[in-house]
Design a protein around this ligand. Sequence first.
Ligand SMILES: Cc1cc2nc3c(=O)[nH]c(=O)nc-3n(C[C@H](O)[C@H](O)[C@H](O)COP(=O)(O)O)c2cc1C
Length: 196
Amino acid sequence: MSGGMLPQDDIDEVLVSAWRLLARGTADRREGFHTMSAATIGLDGRPRNRTVVLRGVDSLTRTLRFHCDRRTDKCAELSADSRIALLGYDPHAGVQLRVEGTTMLHIDDAVAEEAWSGSPPSNRANYGSVPPPGEIIRTGGDYALMATGEEGGRGEFCAILVRIESLEFLHLAREGHRRARFRWEGARVEATWLVP
Ligand SMILES: Cc1cc2nc3c(=O)[nH]c(=O)nc-3n(C[C@H](O)[C@H](O)[C@H](O)COP(=O)(O)O)c2cc1C
């Protein structure tokens, strides 16, 4: 019944490798976890999903960070219900990560300021479009990005911190698939193997 021991069979090591894959995603746009799919609960109760760029990972505080325009639907949805699910798949590592947690939206505090000042000017242009994201326009190009100045878009910039409550790791490999779940209660982590 049971497969042999794999390097992946140390569950603590699995968690370390999950954090490592996430950290790499923030550092290198070619990495599998540079982007993740972020699912929220729509204001009408429907699931809603979109791609976001992973901007920060902190394994000590169990937080992930991504950025957006505060006028986007995702911000309204997370303001109404802070729960989020993030999903990524790294085809080279053969690893899927599923994250569940709750979010904090940072717009005009020190967290937002630090995230903003750490963003290259080319990224800053993504925030502060006129009209706002999601507005109906007559033709596809009928919008402008905010001024090219350093602070263009700062007023609309939002850093979202995800406090991770659970993380699920799935590794598909010829030698044997492995699935592990980590759940945090306070500082305590409950690590469990699951049938893939
Ligand atoms: C590769 C890629 C990366 C993206 N990164 C972000 C991001 O970091 N933040 C963001 O708000 N939108 C990002 N988007 C756009 C979103 O997927 C989405 O279309 C937009 O934010 C509107 O989402 P909403 O109306 O659900 O809020 C990205 C899209 C792609 C294709």
